[in-house]
Design a protein around this ligand. Structure first.
Ligand code: SF4
Length: 439
């Protein structure tokens, strides 16, 4: 009688960095001969990778653990919330084990303990690029763990520790494997991409015989040789970021920068303890756009930060009007347990926070609509994400997956997911574009 292959169920919550942790665990499980179960009922044990960033994420994680326990009963918890095991055990004392984030080996040890390891399989059961949770044509490339900053609203350094960069040779080897397996877009992620390599004192490494330093600009240069879209996320506006603009102008990396500004009022930024808060960002943005006219800027902001006055909020609105950011996300401040920000000023009342949120989003949506309207009539390269009948969904260089808008293409027969195409933009709405294949 054949031996039943042990099956592990997996729930992955949180940000792209947590997603990469999930992919690593899944890859290792397949390497060790485990199957991945598509649902709770067919799993022998369930791993829940949690998020602990803000209260709503903590609630969602605790709820997911509860659901897995109800449906399956055997649950291992990992991820950011796992750095605070007490919080989990108080509500779910029956979990089998808990680890913090970025703990592949500990998760595997717990799985081996509760679900004995099967016979050693052949390594070629796993594709060279490992197991990924994203579609085949794009992948997140995590270049470092942890963060040396101490933003007052954030507990990620407490959860994930100080910055630990991956050497550039290792990152490039992974990038190359991904491209060889069909990836057409690499999304570079970390907590602070522009600080990449500072902990390694910018140690050198080689890729295809060329020497590079483990630093942000060299990484962009090296990735730019792979012939795929390279998108930079979580970039702080340190002065050296300017050096990546020529690579964008040359088409080596996408003309796209995801910079989490969080606010624009210098006094709020100071209370937030934001990195690079003293930089004159408006001047920088202006100069970047002169160098790379099609540059798309995305950012996130927090409204209702403790002590935020009306005047400080107005400063943010004026700044936004000037900066004309293409893509903007906004959060209402949420007091994360353990964050020093909770004590830096009077809490902003909920109704004021809501009004500010609405005012901010209204302003941001007008800017987005106007900037997208400017693309109507242009012919742009897009990466096709999905095709259904004669409709397709795609993204331009200015759209990151999941967080930005999309291009809706009609008359799309013949287009294929994962391939590039040229389309003509026919109309625009607040966040999305509409197009037809270019003649
Ligand atoms: S840069 Fe600030 S917000 Fe981002 S992870 Fe580091 S401490 Fe947190």
């Amino acid at each position: 009688m054949p031996v039943k292959t042990p099956r592990v169920g997996f729930v992955s919550l949180g940000c792209p960095k947590a997603l990469v942790d999930s992919e690593r665990i899944l890859t290792q499980l397949r390497l060790r001969g485990y199957d991945i179960a598509p649902d709770y009922s067919s799993a022998d044990v369930v791993v829940v990778n949690t998020c602990g960033f803000i209260d709503s994420a903590i609630d969602e994680s605790l709820q997911a653990i509860g659901e897995a326990l109800d449906a399956n009963g055997k649950v291992i918890v990992t991820g950011c919330l796992g750095a605070n095991p007490q919080r989990i055990v108080e509500q779910h004392p029956q979990v089998l084990g808990i680890t913090g984030p970025h703990a592949t080996d500990q998760v595997l040890a717990l799985i081996h303990e509760h679900l004995p390891r099967p016979h050693e399989p052949y390594l070629d059961l796993v594709p060279a690029q490992g197991i990924r949770l994203t579609p085949r044509h794009y992948a997140y490339l995590k270049i470092s763990e942890g963060c040396n900053n101490r933003c007052s609203f954030c507990i990620i350094p407490q959860l994930r520790g100080d910055l630990v960069s991956r050497p550039i040779g290792e990152v490039m080897a992974e990038a190359e494997r991904l491209v060889a397996s069909g990836v057409r877009e690499l999304l570079v992620i970390s907590q602070d991409t522009s600080a990449y390599g500072v902990d390694l004192r910018y140690a050198t490494g080689t890729h295809r015989g060329v020497e590079y330093e483990t630093r942000f600009v060299d990484l962009a240069r090296a990735l730019g040789t792979l012939g795929v879209w390279v998108r930079m996320h979580y970039v702080y506006p340190y002065p050296h970021v300017d050096k990546v603009l020529p690579l964008m102008a040359e088409g080596r990396v996408l003309p796209y920068l995801d910079i989490p500004f969080q606010h624009a009022s210098p006094t709020v930024l100071k209370r937030m303890k934001r990195p690079a808060h003293a930089e004159n960002t408006l001047q920088r943005i202006h100069s970047w756009r002169q160098q790379v006219p099609g540059l798309v800027l995305r950012s996130t902001f927090i409204v209702g930060f403790p002590g935020e006055t009306d005047a400080e909020f107005q400063e943010l609105l004026v700044w936004l009007d000037e900066a004309q950011l293409d893509r903007v996300g906004c959060f209402k401040y949420s007091p994360v347990e353990g964050a020093t920000a909770n004590g830096v000023g009077e809490p902003v009342p909920d109704e004021v926070m809501q009004q500010r949120y609405e005012a901010f989003m209204e302003r941001a949506s007008l800017i987005s609509a106007a900037r997208l309207a400017g693309k109507v009539g242009q012919t742009l390269q897009v990466l096709i994400d999905e095709v259904q009948g004669d409709k397709a969904t795609a993204r331009t260089a200015g759209d990151a997956p999941e967080i930005d808008g999309v291009v809706h293409i009609s008359g799309a027969r013949g287009l294929r997911a994962g391939e590039f195409a040229q389309v003509r933009i026919t109309s625009a709405d607040t966040y999305d574009l509409h197009a037809v294949p270019a003649a």
